[in-house]
Write a protein that binds this ligand. Structure first.
Ligand code: 4NP
Length: 157
């Protein structure tokens, strides 16, 4: 099983959206028994809460289900997951701080889509502050497609 973890700050806006969109792509590709998907936040303020209504709204408009609850990342995640994808550079710096010995591929989530030219920025801006959930959805959708292609290539899926 290839294990993929999306990470943002609160685990209520960006990383749950990425988890839902990527899981949906994995399902549509018939790979749900090969790729496990989860998300977490570096901060613990929203632990146990459902996703932000802005994230739930945009997912609903695109008919993508999500019923996860926020959780904070734990040290064991760094050794259990194969791909750990940070939404922004601050999240990535926090992860790397604790990542000694982790063999995971730990990168910016958008780095794959940025490299293939499908997006023009390598960070997902936080819609918690500006409400741009539709714009974030577009980035997440493109980022997920490029990530899935990468994982399929690297793992022969
Ligand atoms: P997220 O957005 O990291 O995309 O889930 C945020 C959610 C909550 C907070 C910050 C960012 N907060 O400060 O509570």
């Amino acid at each position: 099983m290839v294990k993929v973890l999306f990470v943002c700050l609160g685990n209520i806006c960006r990383s749950p959206m990425a988890e839902a969109v990527f899981q949906n792509m994995v399902n549509e590709a018939g790979l749900s028994d090969k790729i496990f998907v989860d998300s977490a936040g570096t901060g613990g303020w929203h632990v146990g809460e459902s996703a932000h209504r802005g994230t739930l709204g945009v997912l609903k408009r695109h008919a993508i289900p999500y019923n996860g609850r926020a959780r904070q990342i734990a040290l064991r995640d760094l050794s259990e997951f194969d791909y750990i994808l940070a939404m922004d550079k601050s999240n990535l710096a926090n992860l790397r701080h604790y990542a000694d010995g982790s063999t995971a591929e730990m990168r910016l989530f958008l780095s794959y889509a940025y490299a293939d030219g499908s997006v023009a920025e390598d960070e997902v801006p936080d819609p918690y502050y500006d409400g741009r959930f539709d714009y974030v959805y577009d980035l997440v959708n493109k980022g997920s497609a490029a990530l899935l292609q990468r994982i399929r290539q690297q793992n022969g899926l």
